[in-house]
Design a protein around this ligand. Structure first.
Ligand code: G6P
Ligand code: MN
Length: 432
């Protein structure tokens, strides 16, 4: 018996996840798959859950897909719990994006103020889920995809005894882009990665075991390779900067190194085609239309328009590495524990780790190169304060968190954004 629970089961990403489990059924013979959601998500759960049932029937595997709103029934004796929920749904994301833009500050769901606000809504819910897990499945693994995944993982590792790993589709899509540039399979690529969630750098890139770092950096410099996360506007770094940095940065790093250009683009996009949240609302509407078709029994191609395309590759391979004690190396969010002495031991980071049945064991990285050290340390400090604010609801801590975020240009603006945020999010902030 192998029981998996996905919280936020009504998400448009569910076919992605189910597809990943179907592909890996031989190594992960899931007997019971619970898709759990809340009352407000009932309709979506019905639609996407029925598609999930058609997908396993089509694949001819004996995996029982249960749709439920009952947390206890879902969690009881679970082996793995995954989360992909969005507190306040897309409306809350759109507020997160739009409010900072009024003040000329980047509006993005995980980087800058948006990530801060999303964390305030999400952390209390995730810690509550952990409490329920302590009761119903204390030995289960919590594989968290809920954003801001790095900050949420920081909160869980500090404030709960539940075993957890934070995951992101970003590193996997960087590997896919490297593989594409060399016309090889993703399995032929290895990269050393260090940083925080949505703030990672690959500083060593190996193709079939050969060090191709210099060559790949040159491809980035001349624009013949890029990172194609669908949710991030495709503004390139200059060739000189790409060569100077001499690391492969995840696209999210453009928000830090090209803050002004990216913010201007976000303001323009918001006026013309809508913020990314507004765009995804439209993508989701179309996805759910497709999902309703009783003849559809596979993951539709259209799901690739989402930034989290292929996230099941990450989620399922990590779960399999735990379940089968494989000792594979994956890029995950986990506790530093000495991997780099340039961050406190107890904070989480995103880096390569050996994954076995006891969890994630990060590989030793050593000192952070000075060119990336300051950014990583200051964003980590912001993340620590963000967690503290989310747990205590303390206004001063919240204000400090936002004020020290490198993307927020002024403490006075931080205050204005914070006040507007707290007002529109009132219903989701029991701690404030
Ligand atoms: C990337 C990130 C995810 C994020 C997603 C947003 O893949 O790794 O953490 O949720 O993009 O995509 P969306 O389609 O919702 O804008
Ligand atoms: Mn991510």
């Amino acid at each position: 018996k192998l029981k998996i629970v996905t919280i936020g089961g009504g998400s448009s990403y569910t076919p992605e996840l189910i597809d990943g489990f179907i592909k890996r059924y031989d190594e992960l013979p899931v007997t019971d798959f619970y898709l759990l959601d809340i009352e407000e998500g009932r309709e979506k759960l019905e639609i996407v859950g029925k598609l999930a049932q058609r997908m396993v029937a089509q694949a001819g595997i004996p995996m029982n897909i249960h749709l439920t709103l009952d947390r206890e029934a879902a969690l009881k004796d679970a082996d793995f719990v995954t989360t992909q929920l969005r507190v306040g749904f897309l409306d809350a994301r759109i507020n997160d994006e739009k409010i900072p833009l009024k003040y000329g500050v980047l509006g993005q769901e995980t980087t800058g103020p948006g990530g801060f606000m999303k964390a305030q809504r999400t952390i209390p819910v995730l810690l509550d889920i952990c409490k329920a897990m302590e009761k119903w499945c204390p030995n289960a693994w919590l594989i968290n995809f809920t954003n801001p995944a790095g900050i949420v993982t920081e909160a869980i590792t500090r404030h709960s005894a539940i075993k957890t790993i934070g995951i992101c589709s970003g590193a996997n899509s960087m590997m896919m882009d490297i593989a594409k540039a060399y016309d090889v399979r993703k399995a032929d690529i290895n990269a050393r990665i260090i940083g925080l969630n949505h703030l990672i750098f690959a500083d060593k890139i190996y193709v079939k075991g050969d060090d191709c770092t210099d060559d790949f950096i040159e491809k980035l410099a001349v624009g013949s390779a890029n990172n194609s996360l669908k949710n991030i506007p495709d503004i390139g770094f200059t060739a000189r900067f790409a060569r100077a940095l001499h690391m492969y940065p995840i696209s999210y790093l453009k928000y830090y190194f090209l803050t002004r250009e990216m913010t201007e683009t976000a303001i323009r996009d918001s006026a013309n085609k809508g913020t990314r949240g507004e765009q995804t609302r439209e993508i989701e509407r179309k996805l759910f239309e497709l999902y309703q078709d009783p003849n559809l029994n596979h993951k539709p191609k259209e799901l690739e328009q989402r930034g989290g395309a292929w996230y099941s590759d990450t989620a399922c391979s990590i779960i399999s590495s735990i379940f089968n004690d494989k000792k594979e190396v994956h890029v995950v969010n986990t506790v530093n524990n000495g991997a780099t002495p340039d961050l406190p031991d107890h904070v989480t980071l995103e880096t390569n780790a050996v994954i076995d049945k006891n969890g994630a064991h990060p590989l030793a990285y050593g000192r952070l190169p000075v060119k990336i050290r300051g950014l990583i340390q200051s964003v980590k400090a912001y993340e620590e304060l963000t967690v503290e604010a989310a747990v205590t609801g303390d206004y001063a801590t919240a204000l400090l968190a936002l004020s020290i975020n490198p993307i927020v240009p002024s403490a006075a603006i931080a205050e204005q954004i914070l006040d507007e945020y707290l007002e529109v999010n009132h219903a989701y902030l029991p701690q404030y």
